[in-house]
Design a binder for this molecule. Structure first.
Ligand SMILES: *Cc1c(COP(=O)(O)O)cnc(C)c1O
Length: 406
C-alpha cells in the first residue's frame, strides 16, 4: 500500500530558511495599485521604510535599499569600499560564506578564507561547518598583518546553510584588540528581523541583508547599512560601480526617492512588515525565534539525531540543521515529505548535501506551525525506517509548556 499524497487543495507548507512564508497582510499590501515613484506620495513611503530599517539594523546612519536579492547587496558592500586587487579576510562558516568569497574573487579582490579543513570524527562532516566564527582566529590573523594589507573582514552573522549564529560584537572586539583598521562587513541576510542585531553598537561598517527571510517578504529587496567610516571609504575607493553606487542612492534617499525605479510594491510590503515587527516588538520577535529553535532542537535530540551546529550557544534561532545517519538520504526524506504533505524543507548545501536537511522557523512562524512540521518530519523519519528513541513532537511540546527565557 502506498503512502497518501497531498490533496490538490492542500496548503503549501514552506519551511525552508528563506524565502519564508509571507503573511496575508503583506501580500495584500503588495497587491495595491502601483504609485508614481517620483510623486509626493512615494516620498512618504520612501522615508518610512528607510527610517524603519534603521531601527531594525540598530543604526542612526544611512541604510540603502536595493531592488535586488541579497546577492546584489553582497556585491554592493564589496565594490563600494574596496579598490581592485585588495585583500579581504573571510571566514568559512558554511556554504554562504564560501559563496561570498567566490564572489569577491570574481570581482577581482583577493579573499583569504579562514578554514581549518578538518572533519568531524563522528559524522565526517566539515568541522568548520558545525561551528560559528572564532574571533580569536581573526585576531591572530590580523595581528600578523602588520602592514595592514587586509582592508575588510567579512563574516556571516547567521550561516543559513548550517544554522550557526556568530557573535559579531566579539569579532569587533578582536579587531580592536589587534588595533587593525580593516572595515567590518557582516552578512545578516537571514538574521535581520529575527535575531538581535546592532549595527552601531557592534561597530559594523557594512551590514548586508535581504527581505525574504526574517522580514517576511518575497525576494527582491536587499540592504546595506553603512557606518561613517564606510561612507568615507566609499568616497576614496575606485572599484568600478554604477548600479550599486552608494553616493547616488544616498543623495536621492535623503529626499525619500531612488536614483532609478525602486520596486514600489515590495516597499508597500516592507512598510507592512515593519508594522508587524513594531506591533510585536523586536525583543518579543527575537524571543519567539529562540523559543521555536529550542523546541526544534529538543525534537531533533529526542529523535536521537544530531543538530548540525555543535555549539549550543551558537545554534541559530531561525533554522535548525538536522544531520541524518550516513545510511539515510536527506534528499529522499525531503522528497517523500513534499509528496505527502506539500512540505518543503531546506536541502543540505555544498559539502553537506544529502547528509542533512534544514528546518526553517523564521519570520512568519508560530508554535503551531512548528509542531505541525515536526509531526510531519517525525512521520517521515519513521517511514524511512529509522528507529526513533523518542517523540520529537512531545519534546517540543514540553519546551512550549515551560516558561521560556534565553
Ligand atoms: C539567502 C542568503 C544569501 C543569498 O541571498 P539571495 O537573496 O538568495 O541572493 C546570502 N547569505 C545568506 C546568509 C543567506 O541566508
Amino acid at each position: 500500500m502506498s503512502d497518501p499524497q497531498a490533496y490538490p487543495g492542500s496548503r503549501y507548507h514552506l519551511f525552508i530558511p528563506g524565502p519564508s512564508p509571507v503573511p496575508a497582510r503583506i501580500l495584500r499590501e503588495i497587491s495595491m495599485p502601483t504609485i508614481d515613484h517620483r510623486g509626493p506620495e512615494f516620498a512618504v513611503l520612501g522615508r518610512r521604510v528607510l527610517s524603519g530599517m534603521q531601527t531594525v539594523f540598530g543604526t542612526a546612519h544611512p541604510v540603502v535599499i536595493y531592488p535586488a536579492s541579497g546577492t546584489g547587496a553582497w556585491e554592493a558592500a564589496l565594490v563600494n569600499v574596496l579598490n581592485p586587487g585588495e585583500a579581504v579576510l573571510m571566514y568559512e562558516t558554511g556554504h554562504f560564506a564560501a559563496l561570498w568569497r567566490a564572489m569577491a574573487e570574481r570581482l577581482g579582490f583577493k579573499p583569504e578564507i579562514l578554514a581549518d579543513g578538518s572533519r568531524c570524527q563522528r559524522t565526517g562532516l566539515p568541522a568548520d561547518w558545525r561551528r560559528p566564527v572564532s574571533a580569536e582566529r581573526i585576531h591572530e590573523r590580523l595581528r600578523r598583518d602588520t602592514n595592514h594589507s587586509i582592508k575588510a573582514v567579512c563574516v556571516v552573522h547567521n550561516e543559513t546553510s548550517t544554522g550557526a549564529t556568530s557573535d559579531i560584537a566579539w569579532v569587533r572586539q578582536a579587531m580592536d584588540a589587534a588595533a587593525h583598521p580593516a572595515l567590518l562587513m557582516v552578512d545578516t541576510i537571514s538574521g535581520l528581523g529575527s535575531i538581535d542585531y546592532r549595527h552601531d553598537a557592534w561597530g559594523v561598517d557594512v551590514s548586508v541583508s535581504g527581505a525574504q527571510k526574517g522580514l517576511m517578504l518575497p525576494a527582491g529587496i536587499s540592504f546595506n547599512a553603512l557606518s561613517p567610516k564606510a561612507i568615507e571609504a566609499s568616497r576614496m575607493a575606485h572599484h568600478p560601480r554604477s548600479y550599486w553606487a552608494w553616493n547616488d542612492m544616498l543623495e536621492f534617499n535623503a529626499r525619500g526617492y531612488w536614483p532609478y525605479t525602486p520596486n514600489t510594491n515590495l516597499l508597500f510590503g516592507l512598510s507592512a512588515a515593519l508594522e508587524l515587527l513594531e506591533a510585536e516588538g523586536l525583543e518579543a520577535v527575537f524571543e519567539r525565534h529562540r523559543r521555536l529553535a529550542a523546541a526544534c532542537r529538543a525534537a531533533v535530540r529526542a529523535w536521537g539525531l544530531e543538530v548540525q551546529c555543535e555549539v549550543e550557544d551558537a545554534c541559530s534561532p531561525v533554522l535548525t540543521g538536522v544531520v541524518l545517519p550516513a545510511q539515510l538520504d536527506a534528499d529522499g526524506l525531503r522528497q517523500a515529505l513534499y509528496e505527502r504533505f506539500q512540505l518543503s524543507l531546506g536541502a543540505g548545501l555544498g559539502k553537506v548535501a544529502g547528509r542533512m536537511f534544514r528546518i526553517g522557523h523564521l519570520g512568519n512562524c508560530s508554535e503551531i506551525d512548528l509542531m505541525g512540521v515536526l509531526g510531519a518530519v517525525e512521520l517521515g523519519l519513521k517511514r524511512a525506517g529509522l528507529a526513533l528513541p523518542g517523540s520529537g513532537v512531545t519534546a517540543a511540546i514540553e519546551v512550549f509548556d515551560q516558561p521560556f527565557r534565553r
